[in-house]
Write a protein that binds this ligand. Structure first.
Ligand SMILES: O=C(O)CCC(=O)C(=O)O
Length: 293
């Protein structure tokens, strides 16, 4: 049986998708959770305490200055390293993306706790899967792996992260995705992130009862109240069944963020919300797992 503390991250009157919480010591009994997400048996899971509170404290201390000095500003906060969204089909954008990746790798060389994030995420994907080969896709243009993850900071009253789904990101970043080597099955990518710091109020991840197969458009990329169904109908988010997920510091969430529309709620507390995450999918033969950001 789950304890009360362990059930507080997924909230709502009706949890209409199969989102579950997994205590860390039950991970090995839970089967191949990422395959279960891909197959639609599970839609998301929060693995509790992938990182200890001490590790999170040390990590926050180690990234404080780099986040101040090296992160890329975004409309609602900042990101480090720069996300793939900056890679439009201009060579200098790809160079900027790689400069930012170099910066975080230099930080990892200096700060073992930041390198630990990279190692832990890799072993996490090995442990949740069925002993897959786990790697980061190679960018064909550069012959180098792309970024393996990204710190995301959201500030108070900047709107959070506007409603989206991973499949929309793929459409918006077609060029970046076209440069990925390997036989990756890009359909319905998964999302992952772990929480380093929650804000006092707000910042939940809202999951909508709305799928890419029915809805593929918004009026503008930063529209945050409505989407446009394939029928042409405007759908208002306030009218949709929805629930929230708020992983606690140290917890990691993996979910079917490719097809399921979701958003990060506006940050209403003074403390910034900080996560680290990226995206995941399988090779076409289903034998390998790739993750990137
Ligand atoms: O890191 C976050 O909180 C944002 C997660 C998200 O929206 C996504 O993975 O698509």
């Amino acid at each position: 049986m789950q304890t009360i503390e362990e059930t507080t991250t997924i909230s709502g009157e009706n949890i209409f998708f199969n989102f579950i919480e997994v205590p860390f010591d039950k991970l090995s009994e839970s089967g191949d959770l990422i395959k279960k997400i891909k197959d639609g048996e599970v839609h998301g899971f929060v693995l509790k305490n992938l990182f200890t509170q001490q590790e999170i404290t040390d990590l926050l201390a180690a990234i404080e200055k780099p986040l101040e000095e090296k992160a890329m500003p975004t409309p609602s906060g900042k990101m480090f390293p720069a996300p793939f969204a900056i890679v439009t089909n201009a060579t200098e954008r790809l160079d900027a993306y790689y400069e930012s990746i170099d910066t975080i790798h230099e930080l990892m060389d200096r700060e073992p706790i930041v390198q630990m994030v990279r190692d832990r995420i890799e072993s996490f994907f090995k442990a949740v899967g069925s002993n897959y080969k786990v790697s980061v896709p190679i960018n064909k243009e550069k012959g180098l792996p792309v970024s393996e993850g990204c710190f995301r900071v959201f500030f108070k009253d900047k709107g959070g992260l506007f409603v989206h789904c991973g499949n929309l990101f793929q459409k918006q970043s077609e060029y970046y995705y076209s440069l990925l080597d390997h036989d990756i099955d890009m359909s319905d990518q998964l999302s992952f992130f772990f929480c380093l710091q929650n804000t006092e109020v707000g910042g939940e991840l809202t999951i909508y009862d709305m799928l890419w197969k029915d809805v593929k458009n918004k009026v503008t990329p930063d529209e945050n109240n409505s989407v446009i169904a394939d029928t042409g109908e405007t759908i208002y988010l306030k009218d949709l069944p929805q629930f929230t997920v708020k992983p606690l510091p140290g917890d990691i969430l993996v979910f079917s963020g490719g097809p399921i529309w979701h958003r990060v709620e506006n940050i209403k507390g003074d403390t910034a919300r900080i996560t680290y995450g990226g995206f995941v999918n399988f090779s076409k033969d289903g034998k390998e797992v790739f993750y990137w950001s």
